[in-house]
Design a binder for this molecule. Structure first.
Ligand code: SAH
Length: 256
């Protein structure tokens, strides 16, 4: 099997994964495998649990809502979680679903909802966020499932911030500037990214953020982006100039 079998179906399971383990698929997974994908006993499938890496398994029996899987061998080791913490003001349902999925695809190691002054939602469903994170990881072959952190007020988050972690703050009201200038010196450091709500940051929030030594303001260009668009743009420039995109390219070039 090639180093990375992208086409094969990948499912997240809670169970421990080891050679010879037998796993009862959940009812929804059983229905998906047997009724939607029409898989048969003997068909292969990739499993991951966020702890043990990725494993090849096979369907050993399946009828209606029950499906038993037999784990054969590990196909990829569990990577160390090393991406940025993505801090964000929660959005309304569909946009929040989208933003969580994109943050996971872009390599966020953890998701931290942040209550800011202009946030436009007052409740948050962490289970829904986790389900979106799992779905994005299944579809994109991401094995280190991001941690879903409890929501925190911005002022309290800043009060308790670990100053060793650079907080990259996307400032929509700042001057349009090349983010690489601010981001390149951060390569190799622990990183977090902060994106505000649809209503933007308040003047008081911007004033406090600008005064903190661990905060690194960046521009996402000359246009104001919607918060979910800003999530993708911010994580793209952070991963490119200070994150794992360059290392990934360098290591792939070294292998070829
Ligand atoms: N609706 C607000 C903008 C908020 S956009 C307004 O019209 O002013 C939501 C968040 O995305 C912002 O708080 C900021 O964190 C980020 N963002 C959007 N465009 C940006 C830009 N050009 N530069 C930096 N951050 C940006």
């Amino acid at each position: 099997m090639p180093e990375y079998e992208f086409k094969m179906q990948r499912l997240f399971v809670e169970a421990d994964l080891a050679t010879g383990a037998t796993i009862e698929a959940s009812r929804s997974h059983a229905n998906y495998l047997l009724s939607v994908l029409r898989r048969q006993p003997g068909d292969p499938i990739l499993l991951f649990n966020g702890r043990d890496g990725e494993w090849l398994a096979r369907i050993v029996s399946g009828e209606r809502k029950r499906c038993t899987l037999q784990v054969e061998r590990q196909t990829r080791p569990q990577p160390e979680p090393r991406g940025p913490v993505y801090c964000f003001a929660p959005l309304k349902h569909a946009r929040l679903d989208y933003m969580v999925q994109k943050a996971v695809e872009m390599g966020a190691a953890a998701l931290r909802p942040v209550w800011t002054e202009h946030v436009q939602v007052s409740r948050l469903n962490l289970d829904r966020m986790r389900a979106n994170a799992v779905e994005a990881a299944e579809q994109c072959g991401i094995l280190a499932l991001p941690e879903i952190l409890p929501p925190e007020r911005l002022d309290l988050l800043l009060d308790r911030w670990d100053a060793d972690v650079a907080l990259i703050y996307c400032d929509e009201a700042g001057p349009a500037a090349d983010p690489s200038t601010a981001l390149a010196p951060l390569r190799g450091r622990s990183l977090a990214v902060l994106v505000g709500p649809e209503g933007g940051f308040s003047d008081a929030e911007r004033k406090r953020l600008a005064a903190l030594p661990f905060v690194v303001p960046i521009s996402l260009g000359p246009r104001i982006l919607r918060a979910d668009t800003a999530a993708v743009a911010a994580l793209a420039v952070v991963q490119l100039f200070a994150g794992d995109w360059t290392q990934a390219v360098a290591s792939r070039n070294a292998e070829s």
